[in-house]
Ligand binder design. Structure first.
Ligand code: ATP
Ligand code: MG
Ligand code: MG
Length: 554
């Protein structure tokens, strides 16, 4: 379990529990709009809301904020549910939709009208915007602001009955057109939209606005602490104003608390941009392993534990800041270092022939599944005369300090023997095709002879005859720039042209049967996952989740 650190939200809850403000109750909610896939920023809100509810023995609701039917779809609802479950959270029976409250929201709006706290405005959207004023000048009252209650009720009912086209009227809260906070200048709370809703069908042709819907939904669900990001700080007076008007009607008045949103370098976080990347073909769909959507990071090989560790590690504050992508990657390394079995893969093969090894001999070499976990035991890796090693592990004219293989030098074949390079074979173009070595049969790892002689280099290898071929996708960061689009350039100009390389490589024979989403450390090469969509028995496909060390920009 991840240790829980304190934060200002926990302090508020503890103070409330101390004073008995909520009778000890803690109820939170995660309120996504089903208009896109969740991203790593949402994970912060999910971990926070579900984590607090869990720690204070409360409940966290999953509420779909579905008041914008043009952009919303069931596909998104399903994917959001999957991602929350994948992250390790459970909302039990508490799955709600803002659209469940359309009847109540409507009744409350009539009540506001009856209290002279709302009116039907018949100005155009443009005129309303023009009369709103600016930060330094007050707005103007609409000529419809003082309509009699009966006329407002009649018009509002006819709006609902479908008598008017889109845009003909809106319902506005009657607050103060001179309020310094622009959100309080008679905000629109209902608009006409003749559009089919994914859940309520054609029942409604007027839909409530976010600010009106959200606070009432929170109150109807008896939420105690309503967490949102800092952009909503200056919407809080409206949140409170609406609930104050409705205090006779709703069961409680939740407390809105704002926290800093997650900004992560080398990514974009807004749904609009993510949609653009997917629709524009810049990535291979919503679950492209380079995207920071939760389906994307999952496919990349991230574990839910690593994401939760990351969110815990970055903490919660009231000041906006950028978190370095390296922090997220380190959390994955930390988790996979502990839980991923070790295997061998040769990404860029070079043929190596052991001249003095018998042609048809083969033998098993023991390799630990995890160097720090002897209880995970060992697997065997077959050795034979012809091997593959990494091209990088051989240099014909090595610089000083190069301890891998070179003409005349010795290295250890990890888990096997010491070899010495005796010959280099090149093709007509002068490229190295193979290297010939001789091995010392007295030096097998795990035998007494192994310790007699020390060599500095230790390289991995696979028997050519036994190796399983595999497709490997080497992913890198999607953007080459820590702040994509900074300085007003198009964020797409920051795309990293080398973010994906697909290679045909070799892996240990046992990996032929890797299960989808099984994760491994490929020794000396990084952490990889069997692709959950494309990997098949006998035709494995692996994605590089993260390199062993952070070498970015170095
Ligand atoms: P976008 O602006 O990308 O469309 P959104 O904020 O409109 O995203 P919602 O579906 O409304 O997306 O978000 C659900 C919840 O997730 C909200 O409570 C929101 O505050 C939170 N959230 C969204 N992005 C972040 C982020 N980057 N960091 C922390 N919380 C976030
Ligand atoms: Mg939104
Ligand atoms: Mg937003």
């Amino acid at each position: 379990a991840t240790p829980v650190s304190s934060n200002f939200i926990r302090s508020i809850i503890e103070e409330d529990n101390h004073t008995g403000k909520w009778g000890g109750r803690v109820e939170t909610r995660f309120p996504p709009e089903p208009n896109g896939y969740l991203h790593i920023g949402h994970a912060k809100s999910i971990c926070l809301n579900f984590g607090l509810a869990h720690d204070y023995r409360g409940t966290c609701h999953l509420r779909f904020d579905d008041t914008n039917p043009e952009k919303e779809a069931q596909e998104y609802v399903d994917s959001i549910c999957d991602s929350v479950v994948w992250l390790g959270f459970d909302w039990g029976q508490h799955q709600y939709y803002s659209s469940d409250y359309f009847d109540q929201l409507y009744a409350f709006a009539e009540y506001l009208i009856s209290q002279k706290k709302a009116y039907v405005d018949s100005l155009t959207g443009e005129a309303i915007r023009e009369q709103r004023g600016t930060l330094t000048s007050p707005g103007e009252n609409s000529p419809y602001r003082d309509r009699p209650v009966a006329e407002n009720i009649d018009l509002f009912r006819r709006m609902r009955a479908g008598e008017f086209p889109d845009g003909a009227h809106v319902l506005r809260a009657k607050i103060d057109m001179a309020a310094p906070n622009m959100n309080m200048r008679d905000p629109v709370i209902y608009r006409i939209r003749h559009i089919h809703h994914q859940r309520t069908g054609n029942k409604w042709c007027i839909y409530p606005m976010y600010d009106y819907t959200h606070c009432i939904s929170d109150a109807l669900e008896n939420i105690t602490h309503s967490l949102c990001t800092l952009e909503f700080e200056d919407h809080r007076p409206l949140y409170d104003w609406i609930l104050d008007q409705l205090k006779e009607k709703v069961p409680c008045h939740p407390q809105q608390i704002e926290f800093a949103r997650l900004n992560l370098t080398y990514t974009v976080m807004s749904k609009r941009k993510l949609i653009e990347l997917v629709d524009g073909g810049y990535v291979d769909g919503w679950d492209d392993p380079r995207l920071n959507t939760l389906v994307g990071v999952r496919r990349r090989g991230y574990t839910p534990e690593s994401i939760r560790l990351f969110i815990e590690r970055i903490g919660v504050s009231k000041a906006d800041s950028w978190i370095d992508m390296g922090v997220l990657e380190d959390c994955l390394r930390e988790d996979l270092n502990a839980c991923a079995p070790r295997r061998i893969a040769i990404l860029k093969p070079l043929k190596l022939i052991i001249d003095n090894y018998p042609d048809d001999q083969e033998e098993a070499c023991d390799a630990p599944n995890h160097p720090q976990k002897p209880e995970w035991e060992k697997r065997t890796v077959p050795l034979s005369k012809i091997l593959y090693i990494e091209q990088d592990d051989f240099m014909e004219t090595p610089p000083k300090g190069y301890f891998r293989l070179a003409p005349g030098t010795e290295v250890r074949l990890r888990y096997a023997y010491i070899i010495k390079c005796v010959q280099v074979v090149k093709n007509a173009a002068g490229e190295i095709e193979a290297v010939h070595c001789i091995y010392d049969p007295e030096t097998k790892s795990g035998t007494a002879g192994a310790t007699a002689r020390k060599v500095k280099g230790n390289i991995h290898w696979l028997s050519a005859r036994h190796a399983q071929s595999a497709e490997i996708r080497l992913y890198d960061r999607l953007f080459a720039d820590p702040y994509p689009g900074a300085g007003n350039q198009d964020y797409k100009a920051s795309l990293n042209p080398d973010s994906k390389e697909t290679i045909s490589a070799y892996v240990e024979p046992s990996l032929s049967a890797a299960e989808p989403e099984q994760r491994f450390q490929f020794e000396r090469n990084g952490y990889f996952v069997a692709d959950r969509i494309d990997s098949r028995p006998g035709k494995p496909v692996f994605n590089r989740a993260v390199t062993l060390r952070d070498s970015w920009g170095k």
